[in-house]
Design a protein around this ligand. Structure first.
Ligand code: PBG
Length: 327
């Protein structure tokens, strides 16, 4: 006797009763890019519907996000080249772009969860994720840890609800936790970019964040995408160091890694559905070769099925609308 799986597939109500994975609006985190100036809302050519915004426009955007029911944003600063230097001073300043922006957002939208990306590539003239060691021309890990602890305090004092270090420096979670705790921020959570691969899927982001390295690549700090066991080690190490949430980035080509981490850690797991993944779908829609909405939704459910709880995604606004209207 064979099993009749089709019995539980006969109509939508019964399918809904036995469906294992669901997408909720509280799963979504929307990335936003802030620039200096006023009345600026500049679309990124490789990422339709994604904008660099000055703070006034960004505040309008937050209002819309609140209406849509989106609960969390991930904030990136995009600095003018003239303000960049060798150690990203603007990000270490209480009056810098990110600090100013976080204060203004939290003042108007106290309930919106503001997660700050903590990195240096958007603030340094060389575009690498930390301080460069002049001898090796590579990022100096421990010197970068020191200034990362400073950047975390700037973000914390500005009112960030969560800090997400994305530079892939060894020991980052331990040092950030220590410095936050010592300064009265023991309740501020850390979301580790714990397993972040050196990936060509970040291409469009580097257009929007203006953070392409001026020489070399990021392979001496981001992970080699050929490695799966190391991916698990990276995440478990961040858990040991005190991370509150783990992350896999990029998402779609790395679902094996997501699954494995979700089975080996009890921490909430986030995926970053990155710029290249978004750009591919937008290009596919424009070419008329895919059913865009259905495909976006299917991919989100795939993240959840693999074990992710949270999804950082440029599709968040579209998904919020889809969830409201029902898909
Ligand atoms: C680094 C950072 C990157 C992304 C998020 N944080 C780029 C990189 O490592 O080069 C990529 C996000 C995306 O592609 O959407 N601050």
């Amino acid at each position: 006797m064979f099993k009749r799986f089709r019995r539980l597939r006969m109509n939508e109500n019964i399918r809904a009763m036995v469906s294992e994975n669901h997408l909720e609006i509280s799963d979504l985190i929307y990335p936003l890019f802030v620039v200096e100036g006023k009345k600026i809302k500049k679309e990124i050519s490789s990422m339709p519907d994604v904008f660099q915004m000055s703070l006034d426009e960004l505040l309008k955007e937050c209002k819309e996000l609140e209406k849509l029911g989106i609960k969390a944003i991930m904030l990136f600063g995009v600095l003018e080249n003239s303000k960049k230097d060798s150690c990203g001073s603007d990000s270490l300043d209480d009056e810098g772009l990110i600090a100013k922006s976080v204060r203004a957002i939290k003042e108007k939208f106290p309930n919106l969860i503001v997660i700050c990306d903590l990195c240096f590539c958007e603030y340094t003239e060389h575009g690498h994720c930390g301080i460069i060691d002049p001898k090796t021309k590579s990022v100096d890990n421990d010197a970068t840890l020191e200034i990362s602890a400073k950047q975390a305090l700037i973000q914390a004092r500005a009112g960030a609800d969560m800090i997400a270090p994305s530079g892939m420096m060894d020991g980052i979670i331990e040092i950030l936790r220590k410095s936050l705790d010592e300064n009265g921020f023991e309740n501020l959570p850390l979301m580790a970019y714990s397993t972040k691969f050196a990936s060509s899927f970040y291409g469009p982001f580097r257009d929007v964040a203006q953070s392409t390295p001026s020489y070399g690549d990021r392979k001496s700090y981001q992970m080699d995408f050929r490695n799966g066991k190391e991916a698990l080690l990276e995440s478990l190490e961040d858990e040991l160091q005190g991370a509150d949430i783990l992350m896999v980035k990029p998402a779609l080509a790395y679902l094996d890694v997501v699954k494995e981490i979700s089975q080996n850690s009890k921490l909430p797991l986030c995926v970053y559905n990155v710029s290249g993944e978004y750009a591919l779908l937008k290009a596919g829609a424009k070419a008329g070769v895919i059913d865009y909405q259905k495909m976006v939704f299917e991919i989100m459910i795939a993240f959840k099925r693999a074990g992710a709880k949270l999804i950082i995604t440029y599709h968040a606004k579209e998904l919020a609308k889809m969830l409201k209207e029902g898909l």
